[in-house]
Design a protein around this ligand. Structure first.
Ligand code: ADP
Ligand code: MG
Length: 570
């Protein structure tokens, strides 16, 4: 084929393909326009998963009669004037192509009326054809109706999922925006049924209740932190779920940068790292995190749907998010941790003290009636009455809210982990001298590590000295390990350490986890009632009793309500 310039309608369809991937993309653009127009109420109505019809109604500033025709043209925008403006955009839109792109692949109707205008104006756009504006009676604001999406692009149509699935995407999207803008009242209707409604109170917690339900919202922890000042300042705010609220996917992780919903794998990674040891492998937290930075510090023009951004100083932003989340988790779940390893401002709290109360700053974010006055569910256990042992592996216990099935190994691991951590923090790890010192062979890497860390290891209860080139003599071990099969315990411990050193993870934490794991009662071990009571008593005192150091749950609760339901009493 000879080279030809493509006709405008083909160009338009190609361009539209970048912006409009599925019905949810249309909703995204229209909702963003409504937010840019300072709307206080935004209603989204969809039919047939949005393919048949999408209608977005807002009470924002509206479009003046003499501009409405232009609004649907490509590269028509009221939001920037020059390329320079790109470095300081505060609006969500700025490319001036959403309406044009949507019109290229659907039948679009736009009705709008600014406050000062007596009557509204309507234009219809089909591809490049835009009708002449005609007067229409309407309230102040804008209505955009998009019908028969992809009617002229069969390839796109083929890739759409079922209407229910497309509706689910739209639901997730509107929910995200409702969380990003608690000051706006959102409503979403699918085939006439209300899927979501927020009140626009301006309080994020209220929006969380609408999106995730009161039960989940109550288990979320406010995040609020600021790193640096001036143009370099990074402000992080939002809510994160307690570890007990985890999900199997990352779908409940939402990030906003200056009010813009974005995807960023490194931000997600930073967030999940903050949960280190608290979540089981394969589980992901719930989170709504807003990042506010100077618009000059972020390039929003790197993606046609503007769902990815580029930070001038990415590491600072990631660090800020991680620190903020970690702080929040520490304040509210009192995660025990190895002193001096992760961060200086995280002192190890002594076990047995009552959990720290929610700081006043956190309380302000909650509506008074919606939150239990003390701490969080994660912070402590109710008193439990041991009923017996199941399968020589689980302790059954009764609590005020139902039946607890406790994994004896995981529970004991948690108890030992915290005990050792506390002893270490107080420099009080007890060492048991060995009558018959043990000789362990080591690799050169392990030897170097042991030499380097000899002093610190002593603080953990290990007395070690070199024994020839390739071996170490173990003269003492933490009292917890006394009586254990040391020959078989120390080998794996050394492995863990040297692995930890290689991967750059804090080896103290690895060590602690390994010791706890080696010393805890095993599954399959019969326990007496007294032993179980003692273990449960210690677990009640633990700071994070519901997860083991690996992040797995130590217990499950069969609630009274579940029992009632299962037995058909409710
Ligand atoms: P962009 O948002 O990038 O400017 P769009 O194609 O989405 O481009 O919209 C074009 C213009 O139409 C916007 O700049 C804005 O002036 C106007 N507009 C679109 N939607 C609305 C709305 N809901 N309320 C007020 N003005 C709107
Ligand atoms: Mg726009």
């Amino acid at each position: 084929m000879p080279i030809e310039i493509l006709p405008p309608e083909v160009v338009a369809k190609i361009a539209a393909g970048e912006v409009v991937e599925r019905p949810a993309s249309v909703v995204k653009e229209l909702v963003e326009n409504a937010i840019d127009a300072q709307a206080r109420h935004i209603r989204v109505e969809i039919r047939g998963g949005g393919r048949q019809e999408i209608r977005v109604v807002d009470d924002g500033c509206g479009i003046p009669a003499d501009e409405i025709e232009r609004a649907c043209r490509r590269h028509a925008t009221s939001k920037i004037r020059s390329a320079e403006d790109l470095t300081r955009v505060r609006t969500l839109g700025f490319r001036g192509e959403a309406l044009a792109s949507i019109a290229a692949v659907s039948h679009l109707t736009l009705v709008s009326r600014p406050a000062g205008q007596a009557v509204g104006m309507e234009v219809r756009a089909d591809g490049e054809e835009i009708s002449r504006p005609t007067p229409r009676a309407c309230t102040v604001g804008t209505v955009v109706v998009v019908r028969d999406l992809f009617f002229n692009t069969p390839a796109r149509l083929k890739f759409l999922k079922t209407p229910q699935t497309e509706a689910a995407y739209i639901h997730a999207l509107v929910a995200d925006y409702a969380l990003a803008h608690p000051e706006i009242a959102f409503q979403l209707l699918s085939d006439g049924r209300t899927l979501l409604r927020t009140n626009g109170t301006g309080r994020l917690f209220d929006a969380l209740v609408e999106v995730y339900g009161l039960e989940s919202a109550r288990q979320m922890i406010p995040v609020e932190d600021e790193l640096g000042e001036g143009v370099g300042a990074v402000r992080v705010s939002g809510y994160v779920g307690q570890p007990s609220l985890s999900r199997a996917s990352r779908r409940a992780i939402t990030f906003f940068v200056n009010g813009r919903r974005i995807r960023d794998t490194r931000l997600t990674f930073a967030l999940e790292e903050a949960y280190h040891t608290l979540l089981m492998a394969g589980r992901h937290p719930l989170a709504v995190i807003g990042v506010e930075i100077d618009p000059g510090q972020v390039d929003v023009n790197v993606h046609p749907t503007k769902s990815e951004v580029k930070f001038a100083e990415p590491d600072r932003v990631f660090a800020a998010v991680q620190r903020a989340v970690r702080k929040a988790l520490q304040e509210h779940t009192a995660i025990p941790r190895v002193a001096g390893v992760a961060s200086a401002e995280a002192p190890v709290r002594r076990a047995g003290r009552t959990p720290a109360p929610i700081p006043a700053r956190g309380v302000e974010l909650f509506p008074e009636e919606a939150v239990p006055p003390t701490g969080t569910a994660e912070a402590g256990l109710p008193p439990l009455r041991v009923l017996g042992q199941l399968a020589a592996s689980y302790i059954l216990a009764e609590g005020p809210d139902g039946l607890y099935v406790i994994d004896q190994h995981a529970a004991h691991e948690r108890v030992l982990y915290e005990q050792l951590l506390q002893e270490h923090a107080q420099r009080a790890v007890r060492t048991q001298a060995l009558l018959n010192p043990l000789i362990v062979e080591v690799t050169p890497l392990q030897a170097a590590f042991l030499e380097e860390q000899a002093e610190e290891l002593e603080r953990w209860g290990f007395l070690l000295e070199p024994f020839g080139e390739r071996a170490y003599r173990v003269r003492g071990v933490p009292a917890l390990l006394a009586g254990k099969d040391l020959q078989n315990t120390l080998g794996p411990l050394l492995e863990t350490w040297s692995n930890g050193v290689r991967r750059g993870v804090p080896w103290e934490e690895e060590l602690l986890i390994a010791i706890a794991c080696h010393c805890a009662v095993r599954a399959g071990q019969l326990l007496s009632m007294d032993e179980m009571r003692e273990l449960v008593r210690l677990l009640e005192k633990a700071r994070a009793p519901r997860t083991c150091p690996h992040g797995r749950p130590t217990m499950i609760l069969l609630s009274q309500q579940q029992l009632l339901r299962e037995f058909g009493r409710r």
